[in-house]
Design a protein around this ligand. Sequence first.
Ligand code: NAD
Ligand code: TYD
Length: 351
Amino acid sequence: MKNILVTGGAGFIGSNFVHLMLERGGFERLINLDALTYAGNLDNLSDIENDPRYTFVKGDIRDAELIASLFVQYEIDTVVNFAAESHVDRSITDPLSFVSTNVVGTQTLLDAAKNHWKVDPTDKYSNQYKPGVKYLQVSTDEVYGALGREGMFRETTPLSPNSPYSASKASADLMVRAYHNTFGLPCNITRCSNNYGPYQFPEKLIPLMINNAKAGKSLPVYGDGMQIRDWLHVKDHCAAIATVLEKGVDGEIYNIGGNNEKANIYIVKLILETLGKGEELITHVKDRPGHDRRYAIDNTKITTQLGWAPAYTFEEGIAETIQWYLSHQEWMDKILSGDYQNYYERMYKNA
Ligand code: NAD
Ligand code: TYD
């Protein structure tokens, strides 16, 4: 691994991954390609933006010409694709943008990787690639659909996505599979459960509830709040991705999860309790259409075959996360006012 292209590195998980990689080292350059949609926030990276190993490029993963130029200019040998439309509720109102970014964007990246990494790109029957190259697709447990009370998602669980978001992620996974099976592209897919931690956009459950509770606003719980998610600290997710980059067997899928199944209502009440606020702030609102009831990850493959294990317990992680949001009110205010979107202009206008 010499030159890594990280896409979507200004988002929640991507920015945590950029931080982790710069801490760990072991490569020459990390290029962060991000379109800076509403979910991209360069404030997440302000502490590392002058690191000589780091380069930010504003651009779209669907822009084949730009991607090709980055592969050539920076001699990219590793791609980690985080870039995506990621919010289920938005996918219900605008499915097309999810298909466009998540499916077409992934295919555009795969094509670039195939064309630049093949030893002889003119030979369509050769599956010989330069040594050490790797494409890693960051996917989600939501591609497996919903579980009842029992059972867990394994890598062999059939894909059964229910929302336009998860359907677009499953489609992207199938495209990665096809590029491996048809063209021999060295790749991995990781499927992680719900993440929590610093820099998450406050449209998602945990930062939204912390923010509303702090402001004394009502906390909108969908339906009965008994939907279960399997929560993993974002730093544990990023460490798992780094492990797959290092040790993952080409063509393999790895589920990532920390065995922390919690009902939404439990988390909402925990946030209220930590902030010293009363449960009267909870408002049960109309349920999300097609709402998946339960997710749970079986992480046996990655723990036994690659030796990854989560470092955080849920209790430590959630306490630290709540404190992080409380002590980063300025970060939150800039998002709420929309000011974070001017960062690029301010920072890069002369670049
Ligand atoms: P996010 O919405 O916080 O960040 C997405 C980033 O991608 C943003 O910076 C955005 O500007 C960028 N982006 C969007 N469209 C783009 C495009 N066309 N070209 C370039 N950049 C673009 O998302 P996240 O929560 O950090 O999730 C990152 C990845 O991890 C996604 O692929 C998501 O499906 C997956 N995932 C997320 C979770 C979770 O709990 N958040 C769990 C499992 C998997
Ligand atoms: P979310 O953070 O949107 O992640 P995902 O839909 O990918 O799991 O939601 C987590 C859970 O919280 C999900 O069951 C929906 C629920 N939820 C609410 O009850 N109220 C809210 O305002 C939000 C954003 C989510």
